[in-house]
Design a binder for this molecule. Structure first.
Ligand SMILES: NC(=O)c1ccc[n+]([C@@H]2O[C@H](COP(=O)([O-])OP(=O)(O)OC[C@H]3O[C@@H](n4cnc5c(N)ncnc54)[C@H](O)[C@@H]3O)[C@@H](O)[C@H]2O)c1
Length: 266
C-alpha cells in the first residue's frame, strides 16, 4: 500500500476525475475528505471509499470562498487529525452555459479563473500552514494539456490551466524547504461531460470539426493527435496521482506530468 494511513483532501472529489483519484488513493490505504459543492454525489463517492476499508468524510466546499477552504482544512483535521495530501481537482470549463455561446465572454474568463486558479490557491493556502508545521505534504494540481498550448476554441480555459502549471512551479519552489512536494498532472483527452461540451465548441468554431457531433470530434482528435491512438480515463489520472502523492515521488517537485498518450512530448 503506497498511501497507508495518509489523509488526502480531494476538491471536486465527488465525480469524474476527482472521484477516480480519491478511489485510487483509498485503494492504496488513504483516508479521504471528499470536498465538493455537490453534497449528494460526494456522499455516494465517500460510501464507495468506505467500502474499500478506509475512512471517508464529506465537506461541502466551494473552493472560490477562502472561508470554505479554511473550513475544509479544519474538517480534515477534526475527522482525521492530519493532512498529508491536497488534490486541487475542482475545475470548470467556463461559466454556466459557456458551450452554447460561440465565443468566450468576460464572465467565462472570471468564472473559470475563479474556480480553477483562485480555488486552487485558496485550498493550498488553507493546508500549507499545517503541512509546514508537520514538515510533510503533497499538493497535486489538475492542469490540462490545454494549458500546454493556447487553443482558439477555449482561450479562457487554456489560460487558466497555463496559470496552474506556472503556479505549481512557484509553489513548489516556495514549499520545497518545508519538505512539501507540489506537482501537476495534465490530463489528455477523456470522454467526460466536460469534454462533451468542449467537443460542441470545437464543432462550432474549428472548420476541421464543423458540424460534427462531440463524440466524433473527440475520436477525430484522438486519431490525429494521440500517438498511442487511445483515449485517457479518470483511472489513468488516478494512478499518476497516487504515484505523485506517494513517497516514490519524494524527489519529484515542480513538475507537470502529461497523461495524454503522447499528445504533448514536452
Ligand atoms: N475531462 C477532461 O477531459 C479533462 C482534461 C484535462 C483536465 N481536466 C481537469 O480535471 C479536473 C476534473 O475534471 P472532470 O472532467 O472530472 O470534471 P467534472 O465536471 O466531472 O467534475 C468536477 C467536479 O468539481 C466540482 N466543482 C465544480 N466547481 C466547484 C467549486 N467551485 N468548488 C468545489 N467543487 C467544485 C463539481 O461539482 C464536480 O464534482 C478539472 O480541473 C478539469 O479542468 C479534465
Amino acid at each position: 500500500m503506497l498511501l497507508s494511513d495518509r489523509v488526502a483532501i480531494v476538491t471536486g472529489g465527488a465525480t469524474g476525475i476527482g472521484r477516480a483519484i480519491g478511489l485510487k488513493m483509498a485503494e492504496q490505504g488513504a483516508n479521504i475528505l471528499v470536498s465538493d459543492i455537490n453534497n449528494d454525489a460526494a456522499e455516494r463517492t465517500a460510501e464507495e471509499m468506505r467500502s474499500l476499508g478506509v475512512k471517508a468524510e464529506v465537506q461541502v466546499t466551494n473552493v472560490t470562498e477562502s472561508a470554505a477552504t479554511e473550513a475544509m482544512a479544519a474538517a480534515a483535521l477534526k475527522h482525521f487529525g492530519r493532512i498529508d495530501i491536497l488534490v486541487n481537482n475542482a475545475g470548470v470549463a467556463g461559466a454556466p452555459g459557456w458551450y452554447t455561446r460561440p465565443a468566450s465572454t468576460e464572465e467565462d474568463w472570471k468564472f473559470t479563473n475563479r474556480v480553477n486558479v483562485i480555488g486552487s490557491v485558496n485550498a493550498a493556502n488553507a493546508v500549507t500552514p499545517y503541512m509546514r508545521k508537520a514538515r510533510y505534504g503533497k499538493i497535486l494540481n489538475l492542469a490540462s494539456i490545454a494549458g500546454r498550448e493556447g487553443r482558439p476554441s477555449l482561450p479562457h480555459y487554456s489560460a487558466s490551466k497555463s496559470a496552474i502549471i506556472s503556479y505549481t512551479q512557484s509553489l513548489a519552489g516556495e514549499l520545497a524547504p518545508d519538505n512539501i512536494n507540489v506537482n501537476a498532472i495534465c490530463p489528455g483527452l477523456l470522454w467526460t461531460p466536460m469534454w462533451e461540451q468542449v467537443g460542441g465548441r470545437y464543432a462550432q468554431n474549428d472548420p476541421q470539426y464543423a458540424g460534427l457531433p462531440p463524440r466524433e470530434v473527440f475520436e477525430k482528435m484522438i486519431a490525429a493527435r494521440i500517438p498511442m491512438q487511445q483515449e485517457q480515463t479518470p483511472e489513468d489520472i488516478g494512478d499518476a496521482a497516487v504515484f505523485l502523492c506517494s513517497d516514490y515521488a519524494t524527489n519529484v517537485t515542480g513538475q507537470a506530468l502529461n497523461v495524454d498518450g503522447g499528445f504533448f512530448m514536452r
